[in-house]
Design a binder for this molecule. Structure first.
Ligand SMILES: [Fe+2]
Length: 245
């Protein structure tokens, strides 16, 4: 589980090198609601490097109603980004997986044992709807595990329908799901309730990974300004599991 301490000194430069690897972002241009140009991708890779990250596994949306991304599309985009990042002289390593929305398309990919793009450790990053709970979330998570993947639930703190019974998060973890919280949730970017839930998950030691979920430079700028806004200084982050992969 993720360790956290209130030991960061005020006004110290933001340094997230303890996290090391970011495993949630949208920096492949033009294929989802993330960056639009490869120049933006390079700028974001540079900012990630400045923040202390040595590697990012970027995760374009696969959401069949909106973003019909396949491994071929994602990996072709990755090659372009890598080429430009290398040309810019950056050292950050960039790989790609995907953020799979649990929809009928996802269920059929799983049933047909199609290729998934995974995070290190054969981890499958999945997201749920924001407003209405799925009827079969637990069954789907079991199916993912049954197919040999480790499910990682993206930004659980943003699924407001779980707030009435937060014990569901413990149940998710007990049943083998890892939770990935967005760093900006701790800064109040998504609102007070999301912030409170992210802190609750931290206090209860339920978080396996912190991610940027960066879609644009603004997100990284906000993380970078964390100290000035006096929220990031409360935390010392370490993605232990990822570091050990
Ligand atoms: Fe995302």
């Amino acid at each position: 589980m993720l360790n956290w301490l209130f030991d960061k000194k005020k006004n110290e430069k933001v340094n997230l090198s303890h996290i090391g690897i970011d495993l949630h972002s949208h920096i492949i241009p033009g294929i989802d609601d993330g960056v639009e140009t490869v120049q933006e991708s390079v700028m974001m890779a540079q900012k990630m490097q400045e923040l202390g990250y040595s590697r990012m596994v970027t995760t374009p949306h696969v959401m069949w109603d909106c973003y019909k991304n396949t491994p071929e599309i994602i990996l072709a985009g990755l090659e372009d980004v890598r080429h430009e990042v290398k040309k810019a002289g950056l050292t950050i390593q960039i790989d790609a997986a995907a953020e799979y929305f649990i929809d009928e398309h996802f269920i059929s990919l799983l049933a047909n044992e199609e290729q998934f793009l995974t995070l290190p450790g054969n981890r499958l990053l999945v997201e749920l709807p924001y407003s209405t709970p799925l009827m079969n979330t637990f069954e789907t998570l079991f199916s993912i595990i049954g197919k040999g993947y480790q499910p990682v639930l993206a930004h659980p703190e943003r699924y407001t329908y779980y707030y009435s019974d937060p014990s569901i998060y413990k149940k998710l973890v007990d049943q083998g799901c890892e939770l990935q919280v967005n760093i900006l949730s701790l800064g109040g970017y998504y609102g007070e309730n999301v912030n409170k839930m992210a802190e609750w998950l931290l206090r209860n030691n339920l978080i396996s990974f912190l991610g940027t979920d960066a879609h644009r430079m603004q997100h990284l700028d906000l993380i970078n300004k964390g100290d000035k806004n006096n929220w990031l200084s409360k935390y010392h982050f370490q993605n232990e599991k990822i570091i050990n992969i």
